[in-house]
Design a binder for this molecule. Structure first.
Ligand code: ZN
Length: 448
């Protein structure tokens, strides 16, 4: 009996050892400064009137390359930028495909949506009134960015070594629903959903040394506002600096969730951005002090395009806007009338969605654009048996993605933001069901 127990114990220990060994995978880490070297227009606020005047701290692009087998590889890239344009995103993917055989479904590029980062051509170029020379610096930065992000990916692949991934969750409460706040100031009542989840992934070497920390949160990086002309990564930039201080030698990466209708509160100063950043770093530290859930060493991924429809707008609306007194409507009308004259399809948008499953334990859904928080809450609820984080601001940031509820309520995220982004008008109310249909298909394809 004693021997049987001893044998069972040995088998148990052996199985545990095999399980632990099975959690290794090749991980490559890299970071690169993407701080603009010359004065450049910052983007995100239409109220700015000149290029940036200085720098608070560097902006970064960071990469975590994962390889669980010669056939299973993926890369997550974060950028301290408002968002990439389709041109930039596709430029990077094309090069990674040519050089490393990585296809779109293996590449997630997320933007922190800092409103104190450089303009990326041609996204939101309608909000700035810049001269030719200033426009050239935006174009040069954009072209250089593609090369930098490809180099970054290359470096992370070259540096791959065996590491282990584990994770936990915390909460941070400085995100509020800004639509609810705006409505309450007008004496109206709107629901105020938020998602305060803070997933934290720890990457450690085989000696147990922390080499990278990935943190995600759903809140606009808009603590500082349009009166700020200093380059900085807002709360996410400060959070990464703080995490790298707490874990010397580790790379801190930030991924933005469904923050379309989420703002930090309070807001308005650099000091507040730093305060929120430190709060997020503190949450990370609390998570990492508790036991973490190991992530298995398999990777599943898939991507697809969902065709979203814009509501039909009569051409006379743009003709009137063109001669109206709103400069932003004039610029949008000019774009739309040119597109109509050239016979371009401006009724649909091919919207990219993606999912990456690490082990059986965690899934990162990556949606493009400024997705409102309803999507995160709905996906987590409908796949409640799984540990999921829904990243938005991935691939490209081309406009807001409202839910059916937000579309019905109207307002900035549903309607007027489309003017600044240069799209024909609001989406039809099929947008949410179409995206959810795509998400269900992706989840099925990655084994959920
Ligand atoms: Zn935004």
């Amino acid at each position: 009996m004693k021997n049987t127990l001893k044998l069972s114990f040995l088998i148990f220990m052996l199985l545990m050892e095999m399980k632990t060994m099975g959690q290794d995978m090749f991980v490559g880490l890299a970071k690169k400064s993407i701080t603009p070297s010359s004065p450049i227009w910052l983007t995100g606020y239409a109220s700015r009137t000149t290029p940036a005047t200085g720098i608070v701290h560097d902006l970064w692009a960071k990469a975590i390359y994962l390889e669980s087998s010669p056939k299973e590889k993926a890369i997550i890239i974060s950028t301290d930028l408002l968002g990439l344009s389709r041109e930039v995103h596709q430029g990077i993917v094309q090069q990674l495909e040519e050089k490393y055989g990585l296809s779109q479904k293996q590449i997630i590029i997320n933007s922190s949506h800092t409103h104190s980062g450089p303009m990326i051509w041609p996204a939101l170029s309608g909000i700035a009134d810049y001269h030719l020379e200033e426009q050239k610096s935006v174009s040069n930065y954009t072209l250089g960015l593609i090369d930098k992000l490809v180099d970054l990916a290359e470096e992370s692949i070259a540096k791959k070594e065996k590491m282990k991934l584990s994770m936990g969750h915390g909460q941070a409460d400085f995100a509020i629903n800004r639509r609810q706040l705006a409505a309450s100031k007008l004496g109206q009542d709107l629901p105020g959903p938020v998602d305060h989840d803070v997933p934290v992934i720890q990457v450690s070497d085989l000696k147990g040394q922390i080499k990278a920390v990935l943190v995600a949160y759903a809140c606009h990086n808009t603590t500082v506002q349009g009166d700020n002309y200093l380059v900085n990564g807002d709360y996410a930039g400060f959070a990464q600096i703080e995490i790298e201080k707490k874990y010397p030698g580790a790379l801190a990466m930030f991924i933005l969730g469904c923050a379309g209708d989420q703002n930090p509160e309070p807001r308005g100063t650099i000091a507040l951005a730093e305060k929120h950043g430190k709060k997020l770093a503190e949450t990370v530290q609390n998570v990492l002090q508790k036991p973490l859930k190991p992530l298995g060493n398999s990777l599943r991924y898939d991507t697809q395009l969902v065709s979203l429809d814009f509501q039909k707008v009569n051409i006379s609306v743009y003709q009137k806007e063109l001669v109206g007194d709103d400069i932003f409507k004039q610029r949008r009308a000019k774009l739309m009338l040119e597109a109509i004259n050239k016979g371009w399809n401006i009724q649909q948008y091919q919207y990219p969605i993606q999912a990456l499953r690490i082990g059986k334990e965690f899934t990162l859904v990556a949606l493009a654009g400024e997705v409102v928080v309803d999507y995160s809450l709905r996906i987590k609820k409908e796949f409640a048996q799984h540990d999921i984080f829904v990243a938005a601001y991935s691939h490209e940031v081309m406009c807001y993605i409202p839910s059916k509820r937000v579309l019905q309520e109207g307002g900035y995220e549903a309607e007027s933001s489309m003017i600044y982004y240069g799209w024909p008008g609001p989406f039809t109310d099929t947008v949410e069901e179409k995206i959810m249909g795509g998400v269900y298909q992706l989840m099925k394809n990655i084994g959920l």
